[in-house]
Design a protein around this ligand. Sequence first.
Ligand code: ADP
Ligand code: MG
Length: 644
Amino acid sequence: MSSRLSEVEKNLEGILKQYWGHQSFRPLQETIIQSVLDGKDTIALLPTGGGKSICFQVPTMAMDGVCLVVSPLIALMEDQVKGLRKRGISALAINSGMSKTEIDVALDNAVYGDIKFLYLSPERLLTDILKARVAKMKICLLAIDEAHCISEWGHDFRPAYRRISEFKELLPSVPTIALTATATPPVVADIGDMLGMTEPAVFQKSFTRQNLTYVVQEEENKLQRLLKLIQYSNGSGMLYVQTRRDTITKAKELRAAGVSAVAYHGGMAYKDRVEAQDLWIRGRAQVMVATNAFGMGIDKPDVRFVAHIGIPLSIEAYFQEAGRAGRDGQKAYAVLFSSSADLSDLERKGAELVPDNETITQTYRALTNHFQLAMGSSMDQPKPFDISAFSSKYGLNAGRVYKSLKVLEKEEIIYLSESFFSPSKIQVLAGSKDLYSFEVAHPKYEKLIHFILRSYDGVFDQLVRINENNIGAKLNASASAVKEQLRALEQFRLIRYQESSDLPFISFPNDRPGVSDLKLDQGHLKAYRQLQESKVRAIREYVENDVVCRSVQLVEYFGEKDALPCGKCDVCIAYKGKQNNQETLDRMNNLIREEVGPYGIHLHQLSILKTKPTQEVLYTVRWMIDDGTLTMDDLQFIRLTDGQ
Ligand code: ADP
Ligand code: MG
């Protein structure tokens, strides 16, 4: 490669430095960016924390026009928008929790303002307002983040992602980039097909995490083991447990043993969740004990271990959660504690993932009652939805309700967002005259009404954010008194008042079928059950297989062949203990040395892989790296350390 960078390359590095302050690109980032700039449809597979965002953000900054980003989680979108704005780049998000008016205003800003990034929830793609506005925008790139959500075979299927293909028809000449960190080969193929990509350029960085040591430990006394791990790894860590109750009890047990631990689960109040998260991120609490509700979008670099008590329901889920360890590239551990009870539990949980027809229909009936939704009508305006309150109101089991909702979502009967904090908002619906006469008749509202009119620009035209605590402080009243008055004003139809919530949002995108017409596609359901069963089978195999390196097992699941054993997981350690024929080892050593030669070679080009047992060759390479004879870079190119 020439040492003089081309103009374009210099320019891209300049952008990276100017806006992000990073000194250079990581392996593949630049190649991916170049592919996008060449106008090619591109699929980028990089591990979690690998720097996928840069791959669509930097080329956008090098082009004219707006980048549309589809992202599955509101929290992720908000994070990215915040991050971009902090760097002086204008960005905006339209999420599934926003009302029609809010979306309208935001889109106006996007069309007439100088927006570079517009983040969109997939559910919002095909609305008429969006389609009309998009036609007016100059769009340079369509980026699909977490693109595995488009595939039924992935672990996070979001049916709304399928709408991207329809949406893409509106933008025939705009290049598309799809990004993900967890995609098996069928999922990658699906991503390309679903996005109508013809011959996409696919870039994949090995999913191997060099600095991570995976361990599976069969253990009945998990607490003792865990304490050892905490002591040994000497830093921040996470413990994933199976139930909300376990987060509380395990955190307590850890504290009793002298470890500062906090708990986190989806049922906690927003305030408490944020507090726990903060304590842990700032290193004031050493261990975060959480359900799988925790973690998405958390970018804490110095996590030294991620432990699991109980087995996640898929390799994808495990890989994602474990992958939160060691994002800073320093040594870290991913330990799965399992017991025979966990393994039998796994079977049962897998079978329960897709409820029977009866249960799904029951949930659906309760839903339509709950929202008083007449047959044939739709509910486009998303509403906050409290699953546990709903379940107890209708005497249903919350877990089964949740799983039924997932099926209804899969069939596109409902959309359900993740739980998400949305602040309180108000909009004044009445004219000034009506307000005035109301005030005269009800003087106790005078202060509040005046305050609203004085303080919020545009409150007649759109929902604006408010904070009842702040209003209370200004008016010498309590927050709850303010809320009560706001609720009353809404009763009088003078204002619209949307109270803050940290619940998921639900909407019915299509005309709702009658309960008796709820035709669940039995073929779909069967395939869905089989899919879940195969995922459970795969993670069971991971737990039980003690002959293939843990890291190799994981990346093979994602389609990588002949990956290098890590040399440090429980399987590798046991394997090493069994190799004691020094002569054979030396011979293998020499053969590899010769092949690598003075110029180096790509791991998979070693011809000795064809003539000797693969496992032995790969282990020898691994040990030669570990004893300093060889070095290997991120793209699996190996060299002799001494160059001889
Ligand atoms: P992903 O989406 O692949 O999980 P992100 O795009 O969120 O990863 O990036 C993860 C972290 O890596 C971020 O903190 C980002 O700033 C950092 N990062 C990305 N590219 C580079 C780079 N070239 N140099 C230094 N840091 C980088
Ligand atoms: Mg990302």
